[in-house]
Design a binder for this molecule. Structure first.
Ligand SMILES: [Zn+2]
Length: 138
C-alpha cells in the first residue's frame, strides 16, 4: 500500500495490532486508516455462535408445570419464543425444541433448567439460520 499524499510506501505502524490501525507515512506524516486482518482479531470479530436447546419433558400433568417454569427461566434469552414451547406442549410432544441461544446464554440457560429439574441439551448450530433464511420460502 502507498501513501495517498506522496506515494511513499513505508509507514510507521502501531505496536498494538487491531482491525483498524492508523499508519503514519514516514515521509510526509500523512495518516492512513488501514483495515488489518490479523489472525487473532478475526476470532474476536466472529459473530456469536448459535446453539439450539432441547428439553425432555415428563408426560402428564408435569408437562404444564414444565411449560410454565421454562417460560419463566428462559425469558432472559434474546431469541426465546414462549409460543414455540406452547405449540409443542399442545402437540403433546415430550421433547421440546427450546429455540436458539447465543453462546454466552447457554451456560445460564443450562443452569436454570437444571435448577427447575428439566434435563436440557444444547447443540451448536454451525450455520446460523438467521443469516440465510431471508428471502427463502419454505
Ligand atoms: Zn506520505
Amino acid at each position: 500500500m502507498k501513501c495517498l499524499t506522496c506515494g511513499n510506501s513505508s509507514f510507521d505502524r502501531p505496536v498494538d495490532k487491531s482491525s483498524l490501525e492508523i499508519w503514519y507515512c514516514k515521509v510526509c506524516g500523512n495518516e492512513c486508516a488501514v483495515r488489518c486482518h490479523h489472525i487473532p482479531d478475526l476470532s474476536e470479530m466472529q459473530i456469536s455462535d448459535l446453539f439450539i436447546g432441547t428439553a425432555c419433558i415428563d408426560p402428564g400433568p408435569n408437562a404444564l408445570k414444565s411449560l410454565m417454569k421454562l417460560k419463566k427461566v428462559l425469558a432472559f434469552s434474546e431469541r426465546f419464543e414462549p409460543a414455540l414451547l406452547e405449540a409443542q406442549y399442545k402437540a403433546g410432544k415430550l421433547k421440546w425444541e427450546l429455540g436458539y441461544f447465543l453462546d454466552f446464554e447457554v451456560a445460564q440457560a443450562f443452569a436454570m433448567c437444571q435448577a427447575i429439574g428439566i434435563p436440557v441439551t444444547f447443540e451448536i448450530v454451525r450455520s446460523p439460520p438467521y443469516a440465510t433464511a431471508a428471502g427463502e420460502t419454505q
